[in-house]
Ligand binder design. Structure first.
Ligand code: HEC
Ligand code: HEC
Ligand code: HEC
Length: 273
């Protein structure tokens, strides 16, 4: 390793960032009111954040380190090419992405957003060396491989693990319900040209997400002029936000359930026309 790289590492490890968000309800007591930019001791943040370029040009020291990459990248319900990327975890945690009925707050953070280290609390749980068979775990795989961090609020680690399975069951059911409703729209209500050409993929993005393998969806031009109505676009957006978040609801349980419920209502409104 050359001198320049060594210097860069030193700066990172010793660097401290003052929390510009003092006053916000996240209490991070690590190192007093100062925060390092070491991954295991991150700054918590509560304001919405989305990138549109590369990591280096977008880096914002006032934002949770994981969110520098794990954000929604400005995805919108009006997008036609791709479903929201599988990186919206930060915005999901804060409850600031997705379409809800007008009048509902546009900011519905999960209780999980108020964990001291946010993502790191769950994804980088550590344990000490016990024996060769139980080595120390530094948490650097980012896998949720322990539920110990959940016990303070959910009774026990085992209870929390059961809750995850229970919620996953519920969320998967809702995903299938909305998916089935969209397929029904595609095969019964979509404009004939789309129905013929794309079948059940008529509701999809030009590059369909994981729910619709097997080929392309309608082009941007084919989706325009209300051929794919706003209700359907908003429903597919909510649906793929939850699917591509990858936590099956854990990041923001009530919000994810709301997004899917509203998606279903939006599709039902189109089906009943
Ligand atoms: C520099 C960008 C970047 C940062 C910062 C980042 N990630 Fe990731 N993360 C990624 C990418 C890209 C993937 C997808 C890798 C793939 O699909 O193969 C990923 C994948 C993951 C996964 C999926 C599981 C896996 O092993 O593939 C988890 C969980 C995760 N990151 C958590 C975190 C957490 C927690 C933090 C903060 C401590 C974090 N990431 C910081 C870019 C980042
Ligand atoms: C309350 C605990 C908790 C918090 C806080 C949390 N996660 Fe998760 N996350 C989970 C659980 C549980 C899963 C389900 C799948 C698993 O076991 O990895 C998950 C799933 C994921 C996945 C998908 C993993 C995969 O293999 O596909 C990513 C990526 C991810 N989280 C990133 C983040 C990021 C980034 C943050 C912060 C913005 C965050 N999580 C905050 C508990 C949490
Ligand atoms: C600071 C307390 C706290 C911690 C720590 C915590 N949770 Fe939660 N969790 C809550 C609250 C409160 C809710 C209710 C939903 C809400 O308020 O957003 C919830 C909801 C849930 C739900 C949805 C089911 C339900 O009962 O609503 C799951 C699943 C869940 N948490 C899993 C986890 C997992 C897994 C961890 C650890 C990796 C964890 N939680 C850590 C407070 C916590």
């Amino acid at each position: 390793m050359g001198d320049v790289e060594l210097e860069a590492v030193a700066v990172l490890v010793n660097g401290v960032v003052t929390n510009t968000l003092a006053g916000i309800t996240v209490t991070n007591t690590q190192l007093g009111l100062l925060y390092t930019n070491q991954i295991p001791n991150p700054l918590s943040s509560m304001q919405p954040f989305a990138t549109s370029g590369s990591y280096s040009t977008n880096y914002n020291a006032a934002i949770n380190i994981c969110a520098q990459c794990h954000n929604d990248r400005g995805a919108l319900p009006t997008d036609t090419s791709f479903p929201p990327h599988n990186s919206s975890q930060y915005n999901m945690l804060l409850g600031v992405v997705g379409v809800l009925p007008s009048g509902e707050p546009t900011n519905q953070p999960a209780t999980h957003a108020f964990l001291e280290k946010q993502c790191v609390t769950c994804h980088m749980q550590t344990s000490s060396y016990v024996s060769p068979a139980q080595p120390a775990n530094s948490g650097h795989t980012f896998q949720v491989d322990s539920y110990a961090a959940c016990a303070t609020c959910h009774g026990s680690a085992a209870d929390a693990q059961n809750l995850v399975a229970f919620l996953a069951f519920d969320i998967n059911n809702q995903i299938q319900t909305v998916n089935a409703a969209l397929n029904e729209w595609a095969t019964t209500k979509a404009p004939p040209a789309l129905k013929t050409k794309y079948g059940t993929r008529a509701w999809e993005y030009s590059n369909p997400g994981s729910l619709s393998p097997g080929g392309p969806g309608p082009t941007a031009a084919e989706q325009s002029s209300n051929a794919v109505p706003a209700n359907i676009m908003q429903a597919r957006f909510n649906l793929y936000l939850v699917v591509n978040d990858g936590s099956l609801g854990v990041h923001n349980p009530l919000y994810c359930l709301d997004l899917l419920e509203y998606a279903d209502e939006l599709v039902e409104a189109e089906l009943s026309q």
